[in-house]
Design a protein around this ligand. Structure first.
Ligand SMILES: Cc1ncc(COP(=O)(O)O)c(C=O)c1O
Length: 363
């Protein structure tokens, strides 16, 4: 059988999400607020004026203005492009920077797992600089790797998933400054929870591109809407690899309705932040549990050698959390999404009851 597809795809698997589906979904950093239920009246009203038999809609222009306004910092429409989730934007950035077979991106590790997946999809290599035990990293080591002539992209996830931490702005600035000939991608998917952004520094750093998502603070994981912010030139170049009519008018109409009701979602972010901080303090009190501070909507924690048993114990109680222990820096670690109060309480009770169980727990 001749090889019909790119030869480097032969040893790759399709990117399928493999998480247990449980009553309490606390494994994918989603929101517990259903945005359709929250704003459907306004969305359906808007849809009355939208004609899905057409490729074009005035919604596109309106959304562009609203999103630019939301991004703030005097940015203009030319500074922004959106797609079907932050993942889609990441994928297209990787596609747009891939120069040749030698080209690679640099990321910290552990970080968002799909950087590697999507780089692989477009044939872009990826190399990693490991985080230290406290999730900080060595700027020199990062710059050494990123300065390689074949490095086409420097990725920084801030705050970082799955460790949850923010990096010092001065350290990030130093990296962006030191790499004027490389595109530096800052993934700000969790920015509304951290409040930290480099959007105000884009003018000073023409090599910087920010990626954001509607999946977290705007509760729209299933919506699939994310965007990039950068110089007009960078956005123009990125647009060259996006197909025409790339994002559904339905997505655009819903994203616009979200932006017209930001207060609702901002309140929700405030509640999640308070719940996260309360959950963090409570988890610290559970003997045998180590939990890391977080600037996101999730907490990463370990129950040491009992982690695998606890994971199972939670599953048996219909609580799905994410095993993020693949990288040695997070060996025996789980990640839990901060959810509605009922889920959070059930999770805390189960962790308290489930730790201290013998490691050969059977249900
Ligand atoms: C760091 C990071 N970037 C990007 C994404 C993807 O977001 P989206 O749902 O908008 O594709 C996620 C989702 O969990 C993430 O954690």
């Amino acid at each position: 059988m001749p090889e019909l597809f790119r030869s480097d795809l032969a040893d790759k698997a399709p990117s399928l999400i493999n998480v247990p589906v449980k009553r309490r979904m606390m494994c994918l950093n989603e929101s517990c607020l259903d945005p359709y239920q929250a704003i459907k009246g306004k969305f359906l009203e808007r849809m009355e004026d939208i004609h899905l038999n057409r490729y074009l809609s005035p919604v596109t222009r309106e959304l562009h203005s609203r999103l630019t306004e939301y991004a703030g910092f005097g940015l203009e429409r030319a500074n922004l492009v959106w797609g079907n989730g932050a993942d889609d934007i990441l994928y297209h950035i990787f596609l747009a920077v891939r120069e040749n077979d030698q080209a690679f991106a640099v990321s910290l590790a552990p970080s968002y797992f799909d950087y590697k997946t999507f780089c692989g999809m477009v044939g872009l290599g990826i190399r990693f600089v490991e985080l230290d035990e406290d999730f900080s990293f060595d700027t020199e080591a990062y710059l050494k790797l990123a300065s390689h002539p074949d490095c086409r992209l420097a990725i920084l996830c801030n705050p970082n998933n799955p460790s949850g931490n923010l990096y010092a702005p001065a350290q990030l600035r130093q990296i962006v400054d030191a790499l004027p000939d490389k595109l530096v991608l800052m993934d700000e998917t969790y920015f509304e929870f951290s409040g930290a952004t480099f959007a105000g520094e884009l003018e000073r750093h023409p090599n910087l591109i920010l990626v954001r998502s509607f999946s977290k603070a705007f509760s729209g994981a299933g919506l699939r809407f994310g965007y990039a912010i950068s110089s007009g030139e960078n956005i123009y170049s990125l647009n060259k690899v996006l197909t025409t009519f790339h994002t559904s008018i339905l997505n655009q109409a819903f994203a616009l309705t979200i932006l017209e009701n930001t207060e609702l979602f901002q309140n929700q972010v405030g509640e999640i932040k308070s719940a996260r901080d309360a959950m963090y303090l409570k988890m610290r009190e559970i003997p045998g549990v180590k939990v890391h501070p977080s600037a996101t909507n999730f907490l990463t924690f370990s129950a040491g050698e009992e982690t695998a048993t606890l994971f199972e114990y939670l599953q048996d109680r219909e609580i799905a959390v994410r095993d993020v222990g693949a990288h040695r820096r997070l060996k025996s670690h789980l990640r839990v999404t901060v959810s509605c109060s009922e889920d959070n309480a059930a999770f805390l009770a189960a962790v308290a009851a489930g730790t201290g169980l013998s490691t050969n727990y059977t249900n």
